[in-house]
Design a protein around this ligand. Structure first.
Ligand code: RET
Length: 247
């Protein structure tokens, strides 16, 4: 049977989605004030978060207003043949958010490591391919969606390899301060990003959980992966001279 829900986030308007929107907007305002209180040349790691949080705020504004989703013919887990013709809401606005914000999150992490720009570009390309694969997979009304999912997972493995291999080696060469900041942030990011494909498999992929549960799952993840990640990263950058990167 189609997944059911008792909380009705996606049919009765949503305090939860407005709350996540408020978290994004508030963090954004704090970041704007913080960034422009710093001297030029020290700001880059505060400017990227402004773009990230503004994008997230707009995405959550859309979803809280019941915009940015569309019904797609769905297969129901364990019950495929009895449910022909039923649909699931696919919240495509998420993927538009992610295709903008995940490359910026990777740049926030990688620009201070001294990793060559060519490596950063390849990593960002893989990231964009990963998100687009997730979007197309969500919109494809057949089991071929799992092919797109597998492609997206391959891209994520490539990103993990860069983060834990070359980028880590590069950060270690710069010095012990950058090394420890990088290791903490990279570990936090790598772990959180693993949870996204799990949420996808349960929602847009396998249609196991109701879109309301999807909203709770991704909402918590998005708060951890955007404002919490950013504040942890930036707090540890205090006292580090950023002008040496020439960014
Ligand atoms: C998809 C499905 C295809 C396979 C994989 C995925 C990974 C998505 C990730 C998203 C991260 C989003 C973030 C948002 C910011 O708040 C597209 C779900 C691997 C890792 C960090």
């Amino acid at each position: 049977n189609p997944p059911t829900s008792a909380i009705d986030i996606t049919t009765h308007g949503s305090n939860w989605l407005w709350a996540v929107f408020a978290v994004m907007l508030l963090s954004d305002i704090i970041m704007i004030v913080w960034a422009y209180s710093l001297p030029r040349g020290q700001r880059v790691f505060h400017l990227l978060p402004i773009a990230i949080l503004t994008t997230a705020a707009i995405a959550y504004f859309s979803m809280a207003s019941d915009l940015g989703g569309t019904p797609v013919q769905a297969e129901f887990f364990g019950n495929r043949h009895q449910n022909q013709g039923q649909t699931r809401a696919i919240w495509y606005v998420r993927y538009i958010d992610w295709v903008i914000t995940t490359p910026l999150l990777l740049m926030e992490l990688l620009l201070g490591t001294g990793l060559p720009l060519s490596d950063i570009f390849v990593t960002v390309f893989m990231d964009i391919a990963m998100i687009v694969a997730g979007l197309v997979g969500a919109l494809v009304p057949s089991t071929y969606k799992w092919g797109y999912f597998a492609g997206g997972m391959a891209a994520l493995f490539f990103i993990w390899y860069i983060l834990l291999g070359p980028a880590r080696a590069s950060a270690e060469l710069i010095g012990p301060d950058v090394r420890s900041i990088y290791l903490r942030s990279a570990a936090f990011l790598s772990f959180l990003w693993l949870l996204y494909p799990i949420a996808w498999g349960l929602s847009d992929g396998g249609n196991v959980i109701h879109p309301d549960s999807e909203m709770v799952f991704y909402g918590i993840l998005d708060i951890l992966a955007k404002p919490v990640f950013i504040f942890i990263h930036i707090a540890s950058l205090r006292g580090v001279d950023m002008s040496r990167f020439g960014l």
